[in-house]
Write a protein that binds this ligand. Structure first.
Ligand code: PEP
Ligand code: MG
Length: 601
């Protein structure tokens, strides 16, 4: 942990990091000076091991309860899910078992055993290739600190910045950020963290301007000095000149006015100036986040990623749990539709519950999604039965992920029919007319969209995977990120083809990949004939705003020009030129929290 040793002082300085949460914050620095927890390293007697284990388990329980209290004080959202994941880590049998071994066999005191076991996990995560896992190291550090403090009988360090302060820290835990939420801070700057770090996620969901991953920030500023946090550009100005404070104040006013304008209109429907209605729905992953879509004005849920119900737990979700969860989401969104995607596990979303441990050299093309569900038929049927029963309570739609051929789709349809037969035989009530849809995530599915359309009630294009498979570019690999091109002519042609196949068959086509959340692509997607977009909830207001300020004629005209380009860069340039002129604020601010990053602006 950073000692928070401050040098600071001197004159004006600027530092750069990752623009984690949009907005401009101007305030007095509040440097979080965390002392390192002093871990006693004492050997215990053999007779005391059971007492020591008891002390350890009690500290784990106390820490879980502390987190529960913090969780209850927070609104629903991603931050709650993070705290829940931390509570689960505190129940992790491997961690508990390892600490008990260190106490029982090596006779270490509980504090020392916790520090050793968590250091081992930290080291393991350090070596992970995946950025997401590396970011999870901070969870372990925070949890270890809390458990050790609980063992020592100390209260965890609370951060209490004055209102309007800019918090400068090495890193922030979700519990820290919970305090910040109530302190109304002007901004956050952390030395650690990247785009998916908790500080970044939480700052975005709490709408606090933030820059993370700013090297050396703790040594560069004193508490009490003035700081400007530019969460749009990823810039931090320390001890700014008077004139630059004025400039940033004006920019902050503009930004806030834009945010308020967009947010004020979030409940209005997305209808173009010439009367074309576009549905803007939300993507949801956890039923804890249920409030989010509604609060941002979404027209229902276009993608419920049900696979998260199979993660971070020790038992499979039962038919009853699927039924209750789906019913709860439907009630919340009534009368809007909710699209439940059947579990899309495997590859980047593993679950130990399905009992697949075989190493796959190429997991993105391996046993995943519908292929896996068909292989684990009983687990799949339990989910389908739960969903078919819940469909009695509202407009539920079932969607099958990663289909590559008509046979695969037919197998999926047969499973739905089997689930219906089982319910019928058991005398259970279910919806016989629940619409069934298919995701278009592979080039093969896009190319046979006309054949698939003849067998389903709706289609939804998953561009996150469709781009990956079309371009042969791993969606999670930074090294080939530059080749991940949503406006590549191949992508435009595939999306157009699916939209046309849907129109001919009179089957609605939506798009639920990250492209839908990006203001740069709204005109092109609508121009290609996609009238249902599903996205991260926080992106809904800005996308609606763009649609409400545009005519379908101008969208169609730009799309026609883009379809004539030969490369993704040519297409990008054209789109940016027009969108920058028509919606300068939207592109600059990206609606505050949408996925847009205007690299070349
Ligand atoms: C997609 O692939 O575009 C999609 C929406 O599914 P996921 O991101 O969950 O793979
Ligand atoms: Mg996908």
């Amino acid at each position: 942990m950073d000692s928070g040793e401050e040098l600071g002082g001197a004159g004006r300085a600027e530092r750069y990091g990752v623009a984690a949460s949009s907005g401009i914050g101007i305030g007095i620095a509040y440097v979080v000076d965390r002392r390192r927890v002093q871990v006693p390293r004492t050997l215990i007697d053999k007779e005391s091991t059971e007492t020591e284990k008891g002390r350890f388990l009690e500290a784990m329980r106390d820490t879980r309860q502390q987190i529960e209290v913090i969780k209850k004080r927070l609104p629903h959202g991603e931050h709650r899910a993070i705290l829940k994941a931390q509570q689960m880590m505190l129940r992790d049998p491997d961690l508990i078992g390892r600490v008990e071994v260190l106490i029982g066999d090596e006779l270490r005191c509980a504090e020392w055993a916790v520090a050793t076991a968590t250091d081992e996990i930290h080291e393991m995560l350090d070596q992970a290739d995946d950025e997401y896992f590396r970011e999870r190291r901070s969870d372990i550090v925070f949890l270890a600190e809390r458990v050790i403090l609980a063992l020592l009988g100390d209260n965890p360090l609370e951060i209490k910045p004055p209102p309007g302060a800019v918090v400068i820290a090495h890193d922030l835990s979700p519990a820290d950020t919970a305090h910040l939420h109530r302190c109304e801070v002007a901004g956050i700057v952390t030395a650690a963290g990247g785009k998916t770090s908790h500080s970044a996620i939480m700052a975005r969901s709490l709408q606090i301007p933030a820059v993370v991953g700013v090297e050396g920030i703790l040594g560069a500023v004193f508490s009490g000095e003035l700081v400007i946090v530019d969460g749009v550009r990823g810039e931090v100005i320390l001890r700014p000149e008077v004139e630059e404070i004025g400039g940033h104040e004006i920019e902050r006013e503009r930004y806030n006015a834009f945010e308020q304008r967009v947010q004020r209109e979030h409940a209005f429907p997305a209808i173009t100036l010439d009367g074309r209605r576009v549905m803007t729905r939300a993507n949801l992953s956890l039923s804890e986040d249920i409030e989010l879509g509604m609060s941002y004005g979404a027209d229902g849920i276009g993608l419920y990623r049900s696979e998260y119900m199979y993660m971070n737990r020790d038992t499979l979700p039962s038919e009853e749990e699927h039924y209750r969860t789906a019913k709860k989401v439907l009630r919340h969104y009534a009368p809007h539709p909710v699209v439940f995607r059947t579990f899309d596990l495997g590859s980047d979303k593993p679950s130990k519950l399905l009992g697949i441990s075989k190493h796959e050299a190429n997991p993105a093309m391996g046993l995943r999604s519908l292929r896996l569900a068909l292989r684990k038929r009983d687990i799949f049927l339990a989910q389908l039965r739960g969903l078919l029963r819940a469909a009695l309570h509202g407009p539920l739609r079932i969607m099958l992920p990663l289909v590559g051929s008509l046979e695969e789709l037919e197998d999926g349809i047969a499973a739905v029919e089997e689930a219906r037969d089982q319910l019928e035989a058991a005398g259970m009530a279910y919806a016989s007319d629940c619409p069934l849809g298919v995701m278009i995530e592979t080039p093969s599915a896009a190319l046979i969209a006309d054949l698939l359309a003849a067998r389903v009630d709706f289609m939804s294009i998953g561009t996150n995977d469709l781009i990956q498979y079309t371009m042969a570019v791993d969606r999670d690999n930074d090294d080939v990120d530059y080749l991940y091109q949503p406006l590549h002519p191949a992508m435009l042609r595939l999306i157009k083809r699916v939209a046309e196949a849907g129109a001919v068959a009179d089957v609605p086509v939506s798009l639920c990949g990250e492209m839908a959340a990006d203001p740069r692509y709204t005109w092109i997607l609508v121009g290609l004939g996609i009238y249902e977009l599903s996205m991260s909830p926080s992106a809904v207001p800005v996308i609606k705003h763009i649609i409400r300020g545009s005519s379908s004629t101008e969208m169609a005209e730009l799309t026609a020009r883009v379809l004539c380009t030969k490369t993704a860069s040519e297409a990008s340039e054209l789109v940016l030129e027009v969108m920058r002129e028509r919606f300068p604020e939207h592109l600059k601010h990206g609606g505050g929290r949408s996925s847009v990053v205007e690299e070349d602006a």
